[in-house]
Design a binder for this molecule. Structure first.
Ligand code: 13P
Length: 240
C-alpha cells in the first residue's frame, strides 16, 4: 500500500456518500489497490460496500486473541468484519492507552496470524528531534516492536509526533535520511524488507508532490487531509 487515509475518530464530511462521490470524481488512478482507508471500526463494512477497489483497514486491534476485554476488537474480529490491514503503534494509541513496544509486538504477531497486513507507526517527540537523536530513537523502537517478526507484507509509517496535525514537517532530506535508516535497519538487523515506508504528519495535496519525489518516500499515511474526498484524491493523483 502506498497511500492510506487514517480517519481516526472522524467520519468524512459531510457524509460517506458525498466523500465517495468527490473522491471518484477527482481521482485519476485506474487501479486503487495501492490505496487504503482506515475508518472507525463501526464503518468498516459500510466502507467495503462503498469502495470495492480500495483496501479497508482497522485503526487498532487488541493484544489478546479473545475473551473478557470490554471495548476491544481482536485481530480475528477485525478480519471477520472485512479489514485487510491494521494500523498499529500510532503515537495517539501509544500515548492515550499507554501502549508499549511489548504490546505492539504482540499485536503485530496477531495481525500477521490473522492475515491482516500490519501498518506500523514510528515517530519521535519534538525534544528527540531537536537533540538530533531521531535515528537512534526510531531504531530502538523498531528493534523492540519487531522482535522475532519477519514478514513480507509489513508497511512502516514514519510519523514524527510533533508533525501530526500541526502543519509543520521535517525537511525532506531529514525524512529521507530516516526512511533510509529504517530500510537499512530492517534489512540488516531485523532481516525483513518492508513492503513500503510511508511518511505521515501534515501531508496535504500541495506538499505531497515534492515529498514523493524523494526515492526513500514510498507514500503517505494521511490524517486531516483525507477527510475530504477531493483532497485525498488529489494526494493520490500527485503521488502515484
Ligand atoms: P495529519 O495528516 O492530520 O497530520 O495526521 C497524520 C496521522 O496521524 C496519520 O496517521
Amino acid at each position: 500500500m502506498k497511500i492510506i487515509a487514517n480517519w481516526k475518530m472522524n467520519l468524512p464530511t459531510p457524509n460517506l456518500g458525498s466523500w465517495t462521490e468527490s473522491f471518484y470524481q477527482n481521482v485519476s488512478l485506474q487501479d486503487n489497490k495501492s490505496i487504503g482507508i482506515a475508518p472507525p471500526f463501526t464503518h468498516i463494512s459500510d466502507c467495503i460496500k462503498h469502495f470495492k477497489d480500495i483496501r479497508i483497514g482497522a485503526q487498532n486491534i487488541s493484544s489478546e486473541t479473545e475473551g473478557n476485554r470490554t471495548g476491544e476488537i481482536s485481530a480475528h474480529i477485525a478480519k471477520d468484519s472485512g479489514a485487510s490491514f491494521v494500523i498499529l503503534g500510532h503515537s495517539e494509541v501509544r500515548e492515550n492507552f499507554n501502549e508499549n513496544a511489548l504490546l505492539i509486538n504482540r499485536k503485530i504477531k496477531l495481525a500477521i496470524k490473522n492475515y491482516l497486513s500490519p501498518v506500523v507507526c514510528f515517530g519521535e517527540p519534538q525534544d528527540i528531534y531537536k537533540s538530533g537523536d531521531t535515528e537512534d530513537f526510531i531504531c530502538s523502537q523498531l528493534k523492540e516492536c519487531f522482535k522475532d517478526i519477519q514478514a513480507d507484507n509489513i508497511v512502516i509509517a514514519y510519523e514524527p509526533i510533533w508533525s501530526i496535525g500541526t502543519g509543520t514537517l521535517p525537511k525532506i532530506n531529514e525524512i529521507s535520511e530516516i526512511h533510509s535508516s529504517i530500510k537499512d535497519y530492517c534489512i540488516n538487523h531485523l532481516k525483513f524488507k518492508p513492503e513500503s515506508i510511508l511518511y505521515g504528519g501534515s501531508v496535504n495535496d500541495e506538499n505531497c508532490s515534492n515529498l514523493i519525489n524523494d526515492k526513500y518516500i514510498d507514500g503517505f499515511l494521511v490524517g486531516g487531509a483525507s477527510l475530504k474526498g477531493n483532497s485525498f484524491a488529489k494526494i493520490v493523483n500527485n503521488s502515484i
